[in-house]
Design a protein. Structure first.
Length: 297
């Protein structure tokens, strides 16, 4: 084994981010009720993260029913929760060291589907230790979700978490794949099974509210320049929402920055209409004989 000091400052910050996040996830989940607005829950959670000493690592994702990921309320979004399957995916960073977690709040009367992704995550965490192959984790996830009579979403995966980077290698598949990548002591990874009563593959929708810096560049337009300054100073390479920008005409600014290939967007990812998707996610630090779950209280 390589020499990894799990007490090093970076891991302390990973754990601190995880502790803040675990609390905010639970409190935010309690606020999800029929009639409450998405925007209210998202902004409440993002403010709460700051109050507890962290920063949101990405906009609070609130994905409904067939949506699996990347949905977040727009600036004046008045959408409220109905009898929905609600996935909350939240991230925190402390000085760029990250934690990522998700939970399904089922208001739709399909508790079994929510249970399937939770059981899959627990089963995955049971097999994690230094030396485990990522494909084996995927196999356990697939088998557990199969056991409930549902499908895993196979084109979404868990991922490594780097400094100021929300998605780094290795990916953690949600099905059995021949992938001889082994986890190592000190790896910080997010494992996130998605279960669905649909076919198990998500597609990109047309809605886009989340963006991130793609490459350096310059723009002439004043609003676009202001937006770019805020992004590079505040969010760096982490994802942000339109509603986080302090510039007027933010949507126009974002369009310009996308056209210049300076930003890329994250379209909402969804199953077929009429299907439901559940999700459960924790961030872990891999140890010799298991893992530390940073996002569990
Ligand atoms: Co994640």
């Amino acid at each position: 084994m390589t020499d990894v000091d799990l007490d090093a400052e970076e891991y302390e910050k990973n754990r601190e981010a995880g502790e803040i996040l675990a609390q905010v996830r639970n409190e935010a989940a309690d606020r999800v009720e029929v009639g409450v607005s998405h925007l209210e829950v998202a902004e409440w959670a993002e403010d709460r993260i700051r109050e507890l000493g962290g920063e949101p690592a990405f906009p609070v994702n609130i994905s409904i029913d067939e949506e699996a990921a990347h949905a977040t309320p727009g600036v004046d979004d008045a959408t409220t929760f109905g009898e929905d399957m609600v996935n909350l995916d939240i991230g925190v960073h402390v000085d760029g060291w990250l934690a990522d977690t998700a939970v399904t709040v089922d208001l739709s009367g399909n508790a079994e589907l929510a249970e399937a992704s939770e059981a899959a995550l627990n089963a995955a965490l049971d097999v994690v230790e230094a030396g485990v192959e990522t494909g084996e984790i995927g196999a356990v996830i697939e088998e557990t979700i199969d056991g409930y009579g549902f499908n895993p979403v196979v084109n979404l995966t868990g991922h490594g978490l780097g400094h100021w980077q929300q998605h780094t290698p290795p990916n953690i598949p949600n099905r059995a794949v021949d992938q001889s990548i082994e986890l190592e002591v000190g790896d910080v990874v997010a494992i996130e099974p998605f279960a669905t009563d649909g076919g198990g593959k998500v597609r990109e929708g047309s809605e886009e509210e989340i963006f991130a810096l793609e490459s350096e560049g310059s723009v002439r337009n004043r609003a676009a320049r202001q937006a770019l300054n805020q992004v590079t100073e505040e969010f760096k390479t982490l994802p942000f929402a339109t509603r986080w920008l302090d510039v007027r005409r933010a949507e126009m600014a974002l369009r310009r920055l996308k056209q210049g290939d300076i930003l890329h967007g994250y379209p909402v990812l969804k199953e077929e209409a009429g299907c439901l998707v559940s999700q459960k996610e924790h961030t872990i630090i891999v140890t010799e004989n298991g893992c530390q779950v940073t996002t569990r209280l």
